[in-house]
Write a protein that binds this ligand. Structure first.
Ligand code: C2E
Ligand code: MG
Ligand code: MG
Ligand code: MG
Length: 280
C-alpha cells in the first residue's frame, strides 16, 4: 500500500511538473508572438514633489495586452522575458514608445514641462554592448533630449561588473540621462560603489513605506536612506505611498518626492492627458 502511494505521489509530482513546464512553454510562445505584434502597452504613474503636489514626471510601467487573458501585470511575465532574453527587445520597445509619448506631450502640453520620464531597465539590458547605440537612435528618432529621461536600474547590477558599469553610466551621463536606483534597500547595495557612480536618485522600495507608521524598523530604514542620500547629495523618491499618514511621515523625515496610489495609480496615456496635463 505504501509502495503504491509513493508511486502515485511520484506520478502526481511528475504530472504537476509536466503541466508546469507546459504552462511555461505556452507563456513563452505567447510572449514571443505578442512581441512581434507589439501587444504591449505602457501605463504611466505620476511622480510628485511631496510638499506642494507639483507633478515632476512619470514612471513608465509595461502591461501585456494578452489576446484572451486581458491586461497582464509585469510580475507575471517579466521574469520569463528575462530568462529568455526577450526582455532586451521588450525594454527597447518600451524605451522607444515612452520617449515618443513624452516628446508628443512636451509638444502638446509645453506649459506643463519640464517633466521627466522614468524608464525601467533590466540587468540584461545593461550588459548589451549596443545599448548606447539603441538609446542614441531613439533620441534621434523621437527628438527627446536625454535630460528628460531617467533610467531606473536595480542596485544588484552595480556590483556585477563595476568597471563596465562606471563606463556605461558615464556615457549616459554625457547624454544628460539620469540614473535612479530602483527598489533601494532590497538588494545588495555597496555604499562604496554608490558614491563612485554617477547616480542621481534612490527610490525607496514600497515594502519600507508600507508599514512606516507601525513598524519601527521600517521607519529606521527609511530615515537611514534619507540620511544617506543627503550625505551623498542624492534625490529620493518614495514608492507605494497609499495613505495620508505615510505621506505625512515621509514628509516629516524630509523625503522630497514620491509616487503611489494615494496620488494616482499608473494610468493609460489618454487618462494621464485628461487628468494631469493641460494645454495652453
Ligand atoms: P517598480 O519599478 O518598482 O515599479 C513600481 C511598482 O509599484 C509598479 O508595479 C506600480 O504599479 C506599483 N505601485 C505604485 N504605487 C503603488 C502603491 O501605492 N501601492 C502598491 N501596492 N503598488 C504600487 P507594476 O507596474 O506591477 O510593476 C512591477 C515591476 O515590474 C516594476 O517594479 C519593475 O520592476 C517591473 N517593470 C515594470 N515595467 C517594466 C519595464 O518596462 N521594464 C522592466 N525591465 N521592468 C519593468
Ligand atoms: Mg521602477
Ligand atoms: Mg521601484
Ligand atoms: Mg518596486
Amino acid at each position: 500500500r505504501a509502495k503504491t502511494q509513493e508511486h502515485n505521489s511520484y506520478k502526481f509530482f511528475d504530472e504537476a511538473m509536466h503541466a508546469q513546464s507546459l504552462n511555461r512553454l505556452n507563456l513563452e510562445i505567447d510572449l514571443r508572438k505578442s512581441l512581434e505584434q507589439e501587444a504591449f502597452t505602457i501605463y504611466y504613474q505620476p511622480i510628485f514633489e511631496l510638499t506642494n503636489h507639483r507633478l515632476i514626471g512619470f514612471e513608465a510601467l509595461v502591461r501585456w495586452q494578452h489576446p484572451t487573458r486581458g491586461l497582464i501585470f509585469p510580475n507575471n511575465f517579466i521574469s520569463v522575458t528575462e530568462e529568455t532574453g526577450m526582455i532586451v527587445l521588450l525594454d527597447r520597445w518600451i524605451f522607444y514608445k515612452a520617449c515618443q509619448q513624452m516628446a508628443e506631450w512636451k509638444h502638446k502640453f509645453a506649459n506643463c514641462f519640464p517633466l521627466k520620464i522614468s524608464i525601467n531597465l533590466s540587468a540584461k539590458d545593461l550588459s548589451k554592448p549596443d545599448l548606447i547605440q539603441a538609446i542614441d537612435s531613439t533620441l534621434a528618432k523621437t527628438g527627446l533630449d536625454g535630460d528628460s529621461i531617467i533610467l531606473e536600474i536595480t542596485e544588484n547590477i552595480l556590483i556585477e561588473d563595476i568597471d563596465q558599469t562606471i563606463d556605461l553610466l558615464a556615457q549616459l551621463a554625457s547624454r544628460h540621462i539620469q540614473i535612479s536606483i530602483d527598489d533601494f534597500g532590497t538588494g545588495y547595495s555597496s555604499l562604496s560603489y554608490l558614491h563612485k557612480l554617477p547616480v542621481h536618485t534612490l527610490k525607496i522600495d514600497r515594502t519600507f513605506v508600507e508599514k512606516i507608521q507601525t513598524e519601527n524598523c521600517q521607519y529606521k530604514v527609511v530615515s537611514t536612506i534619507l540620511a544617506l542620500s543627503k550625505q551623498l547629495g542624492l534625490t529620493v523618491v518614495a514608492e507605494g505611498i497609499e495613505t495620508a499618514r505615510q505621506l505625512q511621515q515621509l514628509q516629516q523625515l524630509g523625503c522630497q518626492f514620491g509616487q503611489g496610489y494615494l496620488f494616482s495609480h499608473p494610468l493609460a496615456a489618454t487618462d494621464i492627458e485628461a487628468t494631469f496635463l493641460q494645454g495652453d
